[in-house]
Design a protein around this ligand. Structure first.
Ligand code: ATP
Length: 776
């Protein structure tokens, strides 16, 4: 983090005064959001003010509450939990007189745009404030509290919302800032509780936050393979839920599971809207099943601690987008809210998002639960559907008729990546719920060809796989051609496989491409094949997200936080951190953004001596301006393949030499730590969603590829048929199945073994801008 702001081209734009505020419950990532807003606003030649203590700060006003922020004021904020500018629940702002005071205070401070980071309540307040603004300011004029000139200057309030809330309860965005950090804390806690529950064969009823929204509970239940979940959007009658829960739990126990986990959202209700408490649930488990049952309320632990990488990314990109939005806003444009759809930052209309959010609450109040669910985002919807499908699988007849049941297999290819085991778990469970037979191919294609290592999956064996890193079924880089394509096809024939899910990175893509191209020669390969990308490098063509990349990024960012602390404590040290990622600079770029590193060097750009020289000069200037205060560790990130000539070690030595004794530099190489250990909740839940989508795809496409034979039995390839070998990826705001053939032929750089198009260029610019390396 540089301590000086980038030079300001003062004449370039009309200077605006932007205020930023955090409101409602604190959420990890709020500080990252404020940091991005402050620096992005300064980068765009604006002055920026922090309103302290949420709406109370606006209502109270004055320099105590509304303070200008400078570039250095937000140094080191990226990884801090909570919100450094304070937040509050403010009754006065709910009253018109409170908002009138807020209006006057804002004008007195010279503020002409306001960015509010908060949950649905805070953004409802912001929307109301915007709608009332013309009236409020007119009243101030009529009362002669402001002059005519001031009235005209501030006639239009420019407002923008960034959604910060651990509940993820706002419509119009897939994720709110803080929600995934909170989910991370919950999953860790449940993983810990699992161990003790298993030891004593106990049941645990775990209460998680979510007064009106069951997102945290639902996602935690999926990520930890809980036995049952209670959320406000899906209530049932008391008799019904007791029966369902007991049936599910006793089925799991009958299959040999030693523990029981039930997750209860704070706002869980039964269909007559009476709350379901943990004690209610415990009583049923004790009375009806005789289980030794404990209740754990996770409470405020869920709000605490540093933001996970995704929240830093989300908060940072939203902050930058919010500043752009207020600068582009005109009196005619409706106030925006910044959200995210899959992998793309989106601008929504605040009033619509608020309206939609309210309609969920209204639907619950009206007991129209179907509607409440349908109004939630599609991801929520899908997860709930899948969880129900997988839970009932154990005690009801599978959902498909016998003639539609198939043999589906899963295989891991390439290096291990977080989420591989979750994919196997969800694949097998969902297959069982449908009546398919799930097979696992162990130790990749070479395992199959050499040792016939293929077996059906047993439910009890995989029961705890969601929280395991690595690949339990084993993985390696061997492709079918290297292993022996003929033998691979022979075993597909022998086991009568009707579909294959391949989970892995670039070698996995290559494998699927080989299988697809061999369909003409080997009839047993004429089955749907789905690639679920999984690699920490996130370099697979056809997707912007691979399983494991989130787990890896979290490990890297955590590592940089620790290294940064050491650098900061020793006052005059910087670190060059080397990160993995093959020929792809995605991971280095994201680590720079999420750890606030000074720069990142990536293979796509290489390292020029000129750039290195500039970066070292910037470091020198930074250390010189510290003058014994404001120490933050300075970190440079380098992809291992960024340069053939300049190794991490050499760069470290050059920095030390050039520093002329003012500071030193050390290198740090996290190496295989980046594979991550326990997978992150994002990787676990996405793996679940993708694995189930893959099974649905195979069910749907089986007949397409199976019927691709003409009258004399020859294989007829067509676009429709070749599209049955597909990559399941995320491109911008969509989850898509796309033909492997198209991707392999048109979008793959075979020499560097990665996708051709770089989708993270904008992120590099933002990461550089936020440390003052460039102006955008
Ligand atoms: P969280 O999701 O963490 O609960 P939130 O933003 O929903 O965050 P709330 O307590 O609902 O939290 O709202 C925060 C503040 O926003 C309130 O204390 C109040 O000052 C303001 N606010 C909320 N709703 C309104 C409203 N309808 N009108 C005016 N102001 C409101």
């Amino acid at each position: 983090d540089d301590s000086s702001s980038p030079s300001i081209d003062a004449a370039a734009r009309k200077q605006r005064n932007i205020a930023v505020m955090t409101s409602g419950g604190d959420a990890p990532g709020m500080n990252a959001n404020v940091r991005a807003i402050v620096r992005s606003a300064i980068n765009k030649n604006c002055r920026v003010f922090a309103v302290h203590e949420g709406y109370s700060g606006l209502v109270n006003g004055g320099p105590e509450y509304i303070r200008e922020m400078k570039w250095v004021d937000v140094r080191g904020w990226l990884n801090m939990g909570g919100t450094n500018i304070g937040t509050a629940r403010c009754k006065e702002f709910r009253e018109r007189w409170g908002r009138l005071k807020a209006c006057k205070n804002m004008i007195e401070a010279g503020i002409d745009a306001l960015i509010v980071c908060g949950g649905d309540g805070s953004l409802t307040g912001a929307d109301l404030f915007r709608a009332e603004w013309p009236d409020l300011i007119k009243e101030l004029l009529d009362k002669k509290d402001i002059t005519e000139e001031t009235y005209h200057t501030y006639k239009h309030l420019n407002i923008c919302g960034t959604v910060g809330s651990i509940d993820n309860d706002m419509s119009g965005t897939d994720a709110t800032i803080g929600a995934f950090s909170s989910l991370d804390r919950i999953c860790h806690a449940i993983d810990y509780i699992d161990a003790t529950a298993n030891s004593h064969q106990r049941a645990f009823v775990i209460e998680v936050m979510g007064r009106h929204c069951g997102w945290l509970a639902l996602m935690a239940a999926i990520a930890t393979s809980a036995d049952y979940v209670f959320i406000p959007e899906k209530p049932t009658s008391v008799d019904e839920w007791s029966d369902h829960m007991c049936e599910a739990v006793s089925q799991h126990r009958a299959r040999g599971k030693r523990k029981t986990i039930v997750v209860v959202a704070e706002g869980a209700i039964s269909s007559n809207l009476t709350p379901i408490t943990c004690e209610d649930v415990k009583k049923v488990l004790v009375d009806r099943l005789g289980l030794d049952t404990r209740v754990t309320t996770l409470g405020h632990v869920q709000r605490g601690g540093p933001a996970v990488a995704f929240d830093r990314f989300l908060a940072t990109l939203q902050g930058v987008a919010a500043v752009d939005a207020v600068l582009e806003g005109t009196p005619e444009t409706p106030s925006p809210m910044i959200g995210i759809a899959e992998n793309k930052i989106v601008r929504r209309t605040l009033v619509d998002a608020v309206k939609l959010t309210k309609s969920v609450a209204k639907a619950i109040e009206d007991k129209d639960f179907e509607k409440a669910i349908s109004l939630r985002d599609s991801e929520f919807h899908e997860h709930l559907k899948y969880l129900i499908a997988m839970n009932i699988a154990d005690f009801r007849e599978p959902s498909l008729p016998v003639e539609k049941r198939k043999n589906f297999a899963i295989i891991n290819v390439g290096a291990p990546a977080g989420g591989m085991n979750s994919a196997t778990y969800a694949f097998a469970n969902y297959c069982m719920s449908r009546g398919h037979v799930p097979y696992a191919i162990y130790n990749g294609f070479s395992g199959l060809a050499r040792h016939e290592s293929i077996r059906t999956i047993d439910w009890l064996n995989i029961e705890n796989w969601n929280s395991l890193g690595g690949s339990e079924i084993g993985t390696n880089r061997t492709t079918p051609e290297e292993a022996d394509l003929g033998l691979v096809a022979y075993y597909f024939e022998k086991y009568q496989l009707d579909g294959l899910v391949v989970v892995g990175g670039f070698e996995a893509l290559e494998s699927v491409s080989q299988l697809e191209a061999s369909r003409e020669s080997y009839p047993s390969l004429r089955i749907p094949i789905v690639l679920i990308p999984a690699t920490i490098s996130n370099n697979v063509p056809g997707t912007e997200y691979s399983l494991g990349s989130d787990t890896c990024l979290n490990k890297l960012v955590e590592y940089c936080d620790i290294i940064g602390q050491s650098a900061s404590a020793t006052r005059n040290r910087c670190f060059v951190v080397e990160c993995q990622g093959g020929n792809c600079g995605y991971m280095a770029t994201m680590a720079q953004l999420c750890a606030g590193a000074e720069c990142s060097y990536v293979p796509e750009e290489g390292i020029s001596l000129e750039q290195l020289e500039t970066d070292i000069q910037t470091l020198k200037a930074g250390y010189a301006s510290d003058k014994g205060r404001n120490h933050t560790g300075r970190i440079l990130i380098k992809s291992e393949k960024a340069s053939k000539a300049l190794s991490t070690e050499v760069i470290g030595q050059m920095i030390s030499l050039e520093s002329e004794g003012r500071f030193d530099s050390r290198t740090a190489i996290p190496g295989h730590v980046q594979q991550g250990g326990i997978p992150s909740p994002i990787d676990r839940t996405r793996a679940t969603r993708f694995a189930i989508k893959a099974v649905e795809f195979m069910e749907e496409k089986w007949s397409v590829v199976h019927n691709a034979e003409d009258e004399i039995g020859e294989f007829e390839d067509s676009d429709e048929v070749s599209a049955t070998a597909a990559v399941l990826g995320i491109e911008r705001s969509h989850v898509k199945f796309r033909s492997v053939k198209t991707i392999w032929n048109n979008e793959t750089s075979h020499g560097t073994r990665m996708r051709r198009e770089i989708f993270w260029e904008d992120i590099r610019d933002i990461a550089d801008m936020l440390v003052g390396r460039v102006k955008i």
